[in-house]
Every structure is written in structure tokens, then in C-alpha cells.
Design a protein around this ligand. Structure first.
Ligand code: TRH
Length: 394
């Protein structure tokens, strides 16, 4: 029996949907698969509502899918040791309220305090995973916990039933067709190469659309509302609202509604190729067993290009067309060849390599699944810390 019964996650939404997307996924899994009483403090309920329509943006405390959701308004608040849970997670180094930290320091035993970090394929992650950091004044230690792609990291979020659900869906063409039809995709559009597109506004979407439009392979591009707005509106010649679609040449672009998180998985499973971004959709694409292109979250001084290359080094397995398209999509080509590469030149070889990439995604899937799932790895680590007598703790 795990000594971990209760757990709190503090989540600050910096922007977009990934922060709450990851915290919500982790919270649900810990509750559903491990029977843990989870409290999720989140500062932006409106963003949360976009990925989980059951959330009320006006409610201070609510129960969603067995998880207690609290609106984290500010750093104020008086907390007692009774408010503190066995494990406390600070997501991406968000500062948790001082009153809560003070209450943690009064607990006996102390809670396990984890700083959950961002995903990177870089090698240094293995050295930093699980490192301790002592509080400067209080008798409390926080540990850094990293997701990652190797057995020396925390692994990746992956629900126990995920593969089975995906396999069932992907082996049922009628279910896939019904799902896409619900989103407005027509039978004709379904016959083309189906591509989902989720990226940041600076992605070269116009160039890609031009290449697709004048190509020889029919493409149906499914874009959630609000994504690549300018390029999509230009293509449509109208406001990019859900339900809008236009065909030019062999390309159809269709705007989808922004769907609840579980349906986003189904969209990835139903498409032939997925453009994903950030962290959570990027990970979900890896479990979808479909070729994907990653638009990485931009960082100062192009630090994200280093991260992109680190991932490609592990993942691309010598598939040059995948490397070329990934670098071009992220504006990361740094040699003359990459700089002068046009979409018209790099797209056809990529298209030819899609079967190779499909094979690569399933091999990769097996490789990363062998590292165990992030939620279980986190609980095992927390349980081990919890069982160490206080005098031996770092
Ligand atoms: O939205 P993102 O860009 O989020 C983030 C944030 O920018 C964050 O600050 C940064 O730290 C992080 O990326 C790396 O991309 P991401 O991570 O893919 O999260 C998107 C979430 O939205 C994911 O949980 C899937 C969900 N989603 C839906 O639920 N429905 C949809 O229709 C779509 C398109 C996405």
C-alpha cells in the first residue's frame, strides 16, 4: 500500500493551455488510477474551462472527475498543517503561497515537496532529476522532478488505459468517421491526407498551405479555432470560425471547434499526420502512433532550437526529411542548405517518408513506454522519500 493518500498541485497558467493541460491530466490520473485525494489549485479557471468544459470559471471550490479544484486567487491565505497533503507539487516553479509553505514546515512528518519541471530531451536532465534543494530558513526540502525520454528521468504522462483506447478507436473506421463527422469533416475530406494543425502564430503556415495547395496529394487540414488565425483567415478569405472550410487546389482547410482534452487525443488518433506544439500535445502525439511535427515553445536566445535538436537526435533516427521539415517549421535551419530550403523542396520527400515515420513512431512508443509512466514514477519517488526517517533526509 502506498503511504501517499493525499496530494496537492499548484498550477499557474503562464499562457495558453499546456500548464493546466498537464496538471489536469496528472491530477485525474493520480485520482483515478491510484485512489489519491487530489486538490488542484489553479489561477486561471477560464483556460481550464477550454480544455474541460465541466469547470465553472466562477466557482472557488468544485469537484471535477473526483478532483477538488480550488481557485488560486493570490498568495494570501492562512493555512494550518491540516491543510497540507502528503505530497505537494509546485508546477514549473510557480511560487506557492508563503502561508502554505509555513504550514508545511509545521507538519510531522513533513510533506514531500516536488517542483515539477518542463520536458526536455537534453542530457543534463538526467543529472538534475530528483535533486534536492533545501529551504533557506525552514526545515524543508524540495526535490526537482523531471519528465523525460529515458529511464533516468520521470518518464512521460501516460494513462493505464490509453493504448487500449487508442487501438480500439483506430481499428474501428466507423468510430473514426463518426468522430470526424461530428466535427464537421465531410466524407470527401476524410479520403484525403488528414492533417491536424496546432502551432504558435509564428509558424510558416502560409508557405505550407501554398505548397499543399499546388501539390499532387489531396490534403485536409483540420485547424482548431484560434490557431494560426491570420494564415487561416487569409486562406479562407473570411473569419476563421468553427465550421468554416475552403478548398483551393488540392488543399481543404477546415476550422474545428476547440475540443475537450479527451477529444483532442481522438483527433490525433484519427489524423494521418499531426502538427503539435508546446509540451502536452507534443507528448500526446508520441502516444498516437502517427507521424508528427513539433512546434516548440519559443525561448530567449533560441534556446528552444537546442531543445528541438536534442529531441530530433533521439527521435528522428536518420530520417532526413523529418529533420529538414522540423527545423524549417521552427525556423531552426542554421546551415546554408537549410536556410535556402523551400517548402516546395522539403515537403515531397517528407511525404514519401510518411510510412517510415509511422514505423518509427511505433518503435519510439515502445521505447518511451519502457520508462514507466510519469504519475507512477512520481508516486514511487514520493513514497520512498516519505519512508525515510526525518533525520536521514537531505
Ligand atoms: O497550449 P500550449 O502552447 O501550452 C504551453 C504553454 O504555452 C506553456 O506556458 C508552456 O510551458 C508549455 O506549452 C510548454 O501547448 P500544449 O502544451 O500542447 O498544451 C495544449 C493543451 O490543450 C493540451 O493539453 C491539449 C489541449 N487541447 C485541447 O484540449 N483541445 C484542443 O482542441 C486543442 C487544440 C488542445
Amino acid at each position: 500500500m502506498s503511504p501517499i493518500k493525499t496530494l496537492t498541485i499548484f498550477c499557474k497558467v503562464v499562457d495558453n493551455f499546456g500548464d493546466i493541460g498537464i496538471c489536469w491530466r496528472l491530477a485525474r490520473q493520480l485520482q483515478r488510477e491510484h485512489g489519491i485525494a487530489v486538490t488542484l489549485w489553479v489561477d486561471d479557471l477560464k483556460s481550464f474551462q477550454r480544455i474541460c468544459p465541466g469547470v465553472s470559471a466562477e466557482t472557488e471550490r468544485q469537484q471535477i472527475a473526483g478532483v477538488t479544484v480550488r481557485h488560486w486567487r493570490n498568495q494570501e491565505g492562512v493555512f494550518t498543517p491540516q491543510d497540507v497533503t502528503d505530497v505537494v507539487i509546485e508546477f514549473f516553479g510557480c511560487d506557492i503561497p508563503p502561508g502554505y509553505i509555513s504550514a508545511m514546515s509545521q507538519c510531522d512528518p513533513r510533506p514531500v515537496w516536488l517542483n515539477l519541471e518542463g520536458l526536455s530531451a537534453e542530457e543534463w536532465v538526467e543529472g538534475c532529476h530528483t535533486l534536492p534543494s533545501m529551504h533557506p530558513r525552514l526545515s524543508l526540502t524540495k526535490h526537482f522532478f523531471y519528465p523525460g525520454f529515458t529511464g533516468k528521468t520521470g518518464g512521460l504522462l501516460h494513462e493505464a488505459s490509453l493504448d487500449e483506447e487508442r487501438e480500439r478507436f483506430q481499428s474501428d473506421p466507423a468510430a473514426m468517421a463518426a468522430f470526424l463527422a461530428k466535427l464537421g469533416v465531410t466524407d470527401d475530406e476524410r479520403q484525403a491526407l488528414k492533417v491536424s494543425l496546432f502551432c504558435y502564430p509564428h509558424a510558416p503556415v502560409r508557405e505550407l498551405f501554398q505548397t499543399w495547395e499546388s501539390g499532387t496529394t489531396a490534403v485536409t487540414c483540420l485547424v482548431p479555432e484560434g490557431v494560426a488565425r491570420d494564415a487561416v483567415q487569409e486562406f479562407l478569405g473570411a473569419e476563421a470560425k468553427p465550421g468554416m472550410a475552403r478548398t483551393r487546389g488540392v488543399l481543404t482547410v477546415r476550422v474545428l471547434p476547440f475540443v475537450p482534452q479527451p477529444d483532442y487525443d481522438k483527433l490525433l488518433w484519427a489524423c494521418d499526420l499531426n502538427f503539435v506544439r508546446g509540451e502536452d500535445s507534443f507528448v500526446r502525439a508520441q502516444w498516437a502512433d502517427k507521424p508528427f511535427i513539433w512546434h516548440i515553445y519559443p525561448q530567449d536566445e533560441n534556446l528552444h532550437h537546442v531543445k528541438l535538436r536534442a529531441f530530433l537526435q533521439r527521435y528522428a533516427n536518420g530520417i532526413d526529411s523529418l529533420i529538414n521539415v522540423s527545423l524549417a517549421w521552427n525556423g531552426a535551419g542554421n546551415d546554408d542548405h537549410a536556410k535556402s530550403a523551400t517548402w516546395a523542396a522539403i515537403w515531397p520527400p517528407f511525404l514519401d517518408d510518411l510510412p517510415n515515420m509511422a514505423k518509427r513512431t511505433s518503435d519510439w512508443h515502445r521505447q518511451i513506454a519502457a520508462n514507466g509512466d510519469f504519475a507512477s514514477n512520481l508516486l514511487n519517488f514520493a513514497a520512498a522519500l516519505r519512508s525515510v526517517p526525518a533525520e536521514n533526509k537531505v
